[in-house]
Write a protein that binds this ligand. Sequence first.
Ligand code: SAM
Length: 217
Amino acid sequence: MAGGRGLRRSIIRMQESKTAKRSRLAEHALFLKQVIRNPRAMGSIVPSTRYLSRVIGRLAATGLRGPVLEIGAGTGSVTRAMIHAGIAPEQLHIVELNRGLCRHLQQQFPQATVITADATRLSACLPPEMVGKYRMVVSGLPLVNMPREVSEAIIDEIKTCMTADGRLLQFTYLPFSPLSESRHALTARRIAWVLRNVPPATVWQYQNAGAALEEPA
Ligand SMILES: C[S@@+](CC[C@H](N)C(=O)[O-])C[C@H]1O[C@@H](n2cnc3c(N)ncnc32)[C@H](O)[C@@H]1O
């Protein structure tokens, strides 16, 4: 009897892991399709691994309460990790440039707010009452692939949308900060290394230079 129940549970677990694997493969295929269409905007050939996503999810869920803004969510690997780490999907506002990816994100996270827009127009595309209210912004944007004036315009927009003590998390595949802290009056801190990513990545945390940098929990 007990053995039968155990067997049933193992079969259910196997079926669940097969379903998860299938949906991961489907997300990789969707991501790759967008890479073929616009490699520069995608900035990578595969979504962030679950290891990098988990690190960012935990950092985003740490300490600060309130709505979280994610920019450049792709197929949603970091989004899923943030929800897993305890951020309520209703608290997530997602801005993504690619229409096909936005449709996918809205299906996957029906309670989140998904906005199809270019991050250079961030403050104009968010609900007006939210501008200046985000204490946590998570960016998957390939800043280093962009012309400098574009990436600078995006960071200016992000700063407009953040609270004075807000934090920006940004990952990069380069060994140095992907944005100029002095140009944007930000303090920067390399907060994590993740080797189990393709390619290995580092996560940076930025805050307004006037705000005291808080220790990660
Ligand atoms: C490297 S992918 C990151 C996807 C996901 N966050 C992850 O970690 O797997 C970069 C994402 O940024 C989006 N993106 C690029 N330029 C953008 C822009 N100007 N505004 C909004 N999203 C943009 C791309 O469409 C793509 O989904």
